[in-house]
Each structure stands twice: as structure tokens, then as C-alpha cells.
Design a protein around this ligand. Structure first.
Ligand code: IFM
Length: 436
């Protein structure tokens, strides 16, 4: 309820990471708030708006345009990570913030918030990507070089798929938000455009960049690839490298060795596919899961929940449930051997995601709210409420059937896609049950 602060990596339960704010919020915690208590998401996004001046200063200092949010942000937005341990490279945070903003707007249709705070963030982050990308005349492509993706064992890579695709989304959201604001709130747009020194040529340049960014992909295998070099690295012996629950770098090999191997510290491509499911075919998701899962060390608490979500969506219910249990027991059973330093708040949001976005298949991104039943065999039923576009939905999964009841309506009919069926709900008490 107070946008001067946000949630730290361990909440207020421990001192690890010094209470700083990471991508944990936008990608792992905010989906829970967006669908259950949207005002809390709005507040945490306002925190990002409030820290824009520092993000702008940070970008300028490092020779870039727009806003470069801190990888590890203090309450004033200042980068708290020492240079040299990845902050300069871990720039996907910038696009993660844009993504959470767009997800909030799609779930709430809150134009007022978008125009007052969101468009400014989207413009400044799009400007950052424009200045951070590099046109390679030899390859004739736009590249984002020297980054650190969610796989933090590869400290510096080129064209991390997660970063490039999320940056592309960020650029598209900026272009769309500008067009929307111009149409719906022309007077406020004029003021904002003047204040930001907006140039009419910017949206077209953002679109060209979004379309031209390299996406690493192996056509022969129909496999999306983590970065430029991943397939060329040495296969990693996971049994030898991770014989117990300790992280590889705490047990067997030093950080410096990681760049040699095909090892993914924590879910990377799998997380990306959960965030943007409309960009991939089911086959591509299955292939990616089969390829990366054995190469993933889960040396971060942020790794289990994306695997649970994707396994559930792909119908691998036993595997999904196993990962869900890892999320649920992470701190109760001290699975990562570091609960003493505080509870893993991203994983708390992740456990909710495993259930609601995995077992109940929730996602949005095409103007509809998607739900689909993927209940694990161990569960007879699952029931939860969702806030969506000013209304409240009650969802129940039981015996292969999905029942959605509109408890209280929003200002406009709600468009849903339940188990592949298009549905519109507008009156309180209206419901739909899809067959098993
Ligand atoms: O943001 C995470 C990071 O991805 C993995 N190490 C811990 C950070 C804070 O939870």
C-alpha cells in the first residue's frame, strides 16, 4: 500500500540480499498480486515509476539512453550490486518491468494507471533497448551483446533468447501504449510527449528493432536456444557436478568454470516460454523442456516453479506435481540449504503460479483469460478466486471439468478461453462448465 517501498528478495524474514528488489517481483510475485490484489501490484509498479529518475541517471552514466533499472535495487532505485558481478549485464530486469506492467494493464484494463505511470516507463525502457542494441553489418541483424540472462552461470553471453525476446516485447508494448494514449487521452499525451522530448520517428524505430533482434534457434531441432554459444559448449556431467543439494559452485566447481559447460543455473528458456506462450508451438515447448530440464541445476529457488508450470501445461502431471512439491517444501524442508538466511519470497509467488498458472493453466496475452485443467493425480479438486478486469471469478477444477463462475461483474463483459472454448461472462451468477 506504500509505493515508496517494495518487496525484498526475502521479504522481512531475513537479511540475505539486504532487502533489495530484484526481478523476483515482476516475474515471480506480481502475477499473484495482479490476479488477487491488483492494488498491490499497482503500488509496486509505482515504486518502479518513482525510481525512474535513478534508472535514467544509471543509463546515462553507462552511455545509454532511457532508463536502465538496477538489477538489485535499493529503495531509491540505486544499483546495489557491486560492478563486476553481473549488474551491468543482467539487463533483462528492464524488460521484466515492462512485462509486469503490461500484464497488470491486461488484467485490470486500468488505462488511468497506464497513462499516468506506465507509458513513461515503457518509453524510457524502449529507449534503453534501442541504445543497448547493436546492428551488426556482417550478420545484418540487431544484437544485444554482453548480457547475463536468467541462467546466471553464464555471466556474459550474446543474444540471450530471454533478454532479446523480452526486449522485443518491451519495444512492442511501448509502441502500442503510445498509440493508445494518443487516441484515448490526447491532452495528457501531448504534455507527456513534450516532457519526454518524444520524437515521432521513435515508434517505427522500436518496431524495426523488435522485428530485427536475433533469436537463437536451431531449425533442425525446432529448438529455441538460450544464447549464441550454448549448443557449442561442453556437455555437463550433472551427476558429478551436483551430487547433493548444494549448488554446483558451492560443491564441485568454481563460478569461472561454468562458462565452459552446457549448464543452466536456473530456469531460463522454460521461464520465457511460460511468460510468452503465444509465441511458441506446443512442440517447441516440449522440445525445450526436454532439452533444458536435464541441463538445469536448480541452483536457485527461482527454478522449480517455472518447471512446474510448463510441465503441467504440457500434460506431464506427475513431473509437474514433483516440481510443485519442491516449491511448497522449499523452505519447510530447507531444500536449498539456506532458509536460515530468510524465506524465498519469489518461490512463494512461484508456488501460487505452479498451482494457478500450471494446474489451472492460467495465462493472458491475447485479450482473453485462458484457463485449462491440468490437475495432478494426487488432487481431487482445486478452487480459487481471481480478480479480472474489475470483476471476480471463482474457478473450480474437478474430475477433468472446469467451472468458472462470475461472482461479481466488471464494467465490461469478460472474455475467457476455458479449456479451448471461447466464453463471455457479463452478469453476476453467470457460469460455464466445460466437459471433462
Ligand atoms: O533474483 C534472484 C536471482 O535470479 C538468483 N539469486 C537470488 C536473486 C534474489 O532472489
Amino acid at each position: 500500500h506504500d509505493s515508496r517501498v517494495s518487496l525484498g528478495a526475502r521479504g522481512l524474514s531475513g537479511e540475505m540480499h539486504e532487502g533489495s528488489v530484484f526481478w523476483d517481483n515482476e516475474i515471480f510475485k506480481l502475477p499473484f498480486f495482479t490476479f488477487t490484489r491488483p492494488a498491490a501490484t499497482a503500488s509496486m509498479l509505482r515504486f518502479r515509476h518513482r525510481t525512474l529518475p535513478e534508472a535514467r541517471r544509471h543509463a546515462r552514466e553507462l552511455w545509454f539512453d532511457g532508463a536502465m533499472y538496477a538489477w538489485k535495487s535499493g529503495d531509491d532505485g540505486v544499483e546495489e550490486t557491486e560492478m563486476g558481478v553481473g549488474a551491468y549485464y543482467a539487463i533483462h530486469i528492464v524488460a521484466d518491468i515492462a512485462y509486469a506492467l503490461r500484464q497488470y494493464w491486461e488484467a485490470t484494463a486500468d488505462d488511468e494507471f497506464l497513462f499516468r505511470y506506465g507509458v513513461e516507463i515503457l518509453i524510457e525502457t524502449a529507449r534503453f533497448w534501442k541504445s543497448r542494441s547493436h546492428y551488426d553489418p556482417l550478420r545484418r541483424t540487431w544484437n544485444i551483446l554482453a548480457v547475463r540472462g536468467p541462467n546466471e552461470y553464464d555471466v556474459i553471453v550474446n543474444n540471450n533468447l530471454f533478454t532479446n525476446m523480452m526486449a522485443g516485447e518491451n519495444l512492442r508494448y511501448a509502441e502500442e501504449a503510445v498509440a493508445l494514449m494518443r487516441r484515448r487521452s490526447p491532452a495528457a499525451w501531448k504534455r507527456l510527449a513534450a516532457r519526454l522530448g518524444f520524437r515521432e520517428t521513435e515508434p517505427a524505430a522500436w518496431r524495426a528493432l523488435a522485428e530485427g533482434l536475433v533469436l537463437c534457434y536451431d531449425r533442425g531441432r525446432d529448438l529455441f536456444v538460450e544464447d549464441d554459444m550454448y549448443l557449442h559448449r561442453v556437455p555437463f556431467d550433472m551427476k558429478r557436478g551436483k551430487p547433493d543439494a548444494r549448488r554446483v559452485i558451492d560443491g564441485t566447481l568454481p563460478y569461472e568454470a561454468m562458462a565452459l559447460y552446457q549448464i543452466t543455473k536456473q530456469s531460463d528458456v522454460v521461464t520465457l516460454m511460460n511468460l510468452l506462450p503465444w509465441k511458441f508451438t506446443p512442440r517447441q515447448m516440449r522440445r525445450a523442456y526436454a532439452f533444458y530440464e536435464p541441463r538445469t541445476a536448480h541452483d536457485s529457488s527461482l527454478s522449480y516453479s517455472p518447471h512446474a508450470v510448463m510441465a503441467a501445461r504440457l500434460g506431464m502431471r506427475a513431473e509437474a506435481y514433483r516440481y510443485f512439491r519442491d516449491c511448497a517444501y522449499l523452505d519447510l524442508a530447507d531444500i536449498q540449504l539456506n532458509t536460515i538466511s530468510g524465506l524465498h519470497f519469489a518461490n512463494l509467488g512461484g508456488a501460487w503460479q505452479a498451482a494457478v498458472m500450471g494446474f489451472a493453466g492460467l495465462w493472458q496475452g491475447d485479450g482473453r483469460l485462458h484457463l485449462g485443467p491440468h490437475l495432478p493425480a494426487a488432487w481431487k479438486a482445486m478452487r480459487f478466486r481471481l480478480c479480472y478486469r474489475g470483476g471476480t471469478l471463482r474457478v473450480e477444477l474437478r474430475g477433468g471439468k472446469t467451472r468458472v463462475l462470475l461472482e461479481s461483474p466488471g464494467p465490461a463483459p469478460l472474455r475467457l478461453c476455458v479449456a479451448g472454448r471461447d466464453v463471455r461472462l457479463s452478469k453476476a451468477g453467470q457460469e460455464v462448465t466445460t466437459p471433462a
